[in-house]
Design a protein around this ligand. Structure first.
Ligand SMILES: C[S@@+](CC[C@H](N)C(=O)[O-])C[C@H]1O[C@@H](n2cnc3c(N)ncnc32)[C@H](O)[C@@H]1O
Length: 233
């Protein structure tokens, strides 16, 4: 995994197996904030408590961008936030400790990893057993599940208001953009919930619609094409 400096000054990595970076090279931090978090802020402003499912947690930028956006806004900083992140690859989680992140709240994600470093290090590659770690601070609860999102979502028995959906591209990881997976996620979301994702690929939007979501264009950031906002009404 090579470190890549993106155009907004934030760092990401390149995964050589899929030959893709973990974030847009136009700006990793900007991508998390604009494509994943900002489309959800209006919904959050109407709530006192939110539950967020961060699928393909990676370096945790989408969760960190959310926490920063809430904590820096006087009207949102008292919202109680529970985030559940799911990530398959412990190696990208270990990279979290190497990053001088530009997110103020990144220390919490680092703490979650560093407190559990021995257990995370001992996870065997290709192990089918999932692992769960939690950290709490004030009104924030962050749970990280290390396991396969396809099977882990079937085991969750709570409802979420927001889903950040951030696998590698549909071309490289088509098994994560299927109708079946979107149906599983749809059933985990409360009414009046939002899923945000960077892709606007036809197959992605068709599968999201068939799963029951209503689709809107999200912001165009770093490219001409929009991202996707999927709403469970
Ligand atoms: C585009 S990156 C996500 C970037 C991440 N959201 C961030 O902010 O750093 C895609 C991630 O999906 C993870 N992944 C791949 N297959 C997975 C699976 N079946 N279940 C969970 N995570 C998976 C990869 O390890 C990688 O970290």
């Amino acid at each position: 995994m090579d470190k890549v400096l993106t155009k907004d000054g934030s760092v990401t990595f390149k995964n050589s197996d899929v030959d893709e970076t973990y974030h847009s090279t136009s700006g990793a931090k900007e991508e998390s904030l604009k494509k994943f978090v900002e489309p959800c802020l209006d919904l959050i402003s109407k709530k006192t408590k939110i539950k967020v499912l961060d699928i393909c947690f990676g370096l945790g930028y989408n969760s960190a961008a959310l926490l920063d956006a809430l904590l820096s806004n006087p009207k949102l900083k008292t919202v109680s936030v529970s985030i559940t992140g799911i990530e398959l690859d412990k190696n990208i989680l270990l990279k979290i400790l190497e990053i001088d992140s530009q997110f103020d709240s990144y220390y919490l994600i680092k703490e979650l990893i560093s407190k559990n470093i021995e257990k995370i290090n001992s996870i065997m590659p290709d192990s089918n057993i999932s692992h769960k770690f939690t950290i709490k601070k004030d009104n924030i609860k962050l749970t990280l599940i290390i396991g396969n999102a396809l099977s882990e979502v079937k085991l969750l028995n709570e409802k979420f208001n927001i889903c950040f959906f951030d696998p590698f591209s549909p071309k490289k990881h088509p098994h994560l953009w299927t109708l079946e997976f979107f149906k599983d996620i749809f059933s985990l979301l409360d009414n009046n919930s939002i899923l945000t994702t960077y892709s606007c690929a036809r197959i992605v939007r068709d599968n999201l619609k068939s799963a029951g979501f209503t689709i809107k264009d999200g912001p165009c950031v770093g490219r001409r094409a929009p991202s996707t906002i999927a709403i469970k009404g």
